[in-house]
Design a protein around this ligand. Structure first.
Ligand code: 2U9
Length: 337
């Protein structure tokens, strides 16, 4: 191959590079010209020692210039093709948009809102308070004496001396009574904390809804009427209610309310331990000591109070067997509500 042929070769190589439509075509050109084994320019480089001595230097120079030119043009073309290459599949902008998945309410939120709505129809106002409380509002104001087992440091999340995570939302009602004069008709939904060992029916954080109605002339009959109405509205009109004496430091007399079993209707089944009844809440007439603690005159007003676990009611209503499901954030569970 003579010196005079190098110019046309260069034109040919550069036009092939310009014509390469994609990276694969460009790579084919590179292999054809610069391939280590059979590249055309590689062959020319290898032939330099065989060229006549007087021509060799100029020929060698020309071949090396050719190699540089082709290498540079390959690199430039590669950069241009890469810049133009679409990244990933092209979007079809004429397609209808993909609907973003709509979230939904957590079953605890749903149950809470339903309860708030039912008590709202009876004139109860929603009040929220603090999750970090002092001993006075969590125990003393509720007539829970220092030696009461509920105050055991091992049964409470104490943050420091006399400050703890509330174990019941009653603290909210105490605060409202300190601030306002009767009549008071409020419900307090919210989180409470107890260091229980977690299992299918216990969580160290759960939700309560407590209520309080204080006014001149409020009686146990009002308590029964309000709570029976709640049970029918929340669980269904077929539900029957039963009250059974109980004891709480903050109410006197105290009771537990049972509803006819939501599964068997009262016949007796494994869910109600064959009793036909399920306990759903505690209640009672506010203890005079509680009124005195907040500055109400127990000779002037009476009131009733109640408390229930929202998680427990939601489990009964939606037939959920494990309280832990509420707090695991598994969408396969949450999607069902
Ligand atoms: C004031 C006075 C009295 C709230 C009440 C209960 C009975 C009760 C439990 C039910 C299951 C808590 O969620 S649970 O673990 N509660 O049995 N609560 S009477 O009584 C009050 C509240 C505030 C000022």
């Amino acid at each position: 191959m003579g010196l005079e042929e190098i110019g046309p070769l260069r034109e040919r190589a550069l036009s092939l590079i310009r014509a390469a439509k994609d990276l694969a075509a460009l790579e084919a050109v590179r292999v054809e010209w610069l391939g280590r084994k059979a590249g055309r320019i590689t062959a020319l480089l290898k032939s330099i020692p065989t060229v006549a001595a007087d021509e060799r230097a100029r020929f060698g120079q020309a071949v090396n210039d050719l190699k540089s030119a082709v290498t540079e043009h390959l690199a430039a073309r590669r950069a241009a093709l890469e810049a133009a290459a679409p990244r990933g599949p092209m979007a079809d902008v004429t397609m209808p948009g993909r609907r973003p998945p709509l979230g939904r309410l957590h079953p605890i939120t749903r149950a809470t809102r339903e309860m708030v709505e039912i008590f709202g129809r009876l004139g109860f106002e929603v009040v929220e308070g603090l999750e970090v409380e002092d001993e006075w509002h969590n125990f003393v104001g509720l007539n829970i004496p220092p030696e009461h087992p509920a105050r055991d440091p091992l049964d409470n999340y104490y943050l420091k001396d006399r400050v703890l995570l509330r174990t019941q939302t009653s603290t909210v009602q105490v605060r409202v009574m300190e601030k306002r004069k009767p009549p008071v008709r409020i419900i307090a939904p919210g989180r409470v904390y107890r260091p229980d060992t977690v299992d299918a029916s216990h969580s160290n954080m759960f939700h309560q809804l407590e209520g309080l109605w204080v006014e001149q002339g409020v009686t146990f009959a009002d308590l029964k009427g309000v709570l029976a109405m709640f049970a029918r509205a929340f669980f269904g009109p077929q539900v029957r209610t039963r009250f059974q004496p109980s004891y709480f430091p903050f109410t006197e007399p105290s009771a537990e309310m049972y509803v006819s079993c939501l599964l068997c209707g009262g016949e007796g089944c494994p869910a109600c331990k064959r009793k036909g009844w399920m306990e759903i809440l505690g209640c009672g007439m506010v203890d005079p000591n509680v009124f005195e603690a907040v500055g109400y005159d127990p000779d002037q007003v009476t009131g009733f109070a109640f408390g229930m676990g929202i998680d427990r009611q939601a489990m009964l209503k939606y037939a959920i067997h494990d309280i832990r499901l509420f707090f695991e954030n598994d969408v396969r569970f949450l999607r069902q509500f």
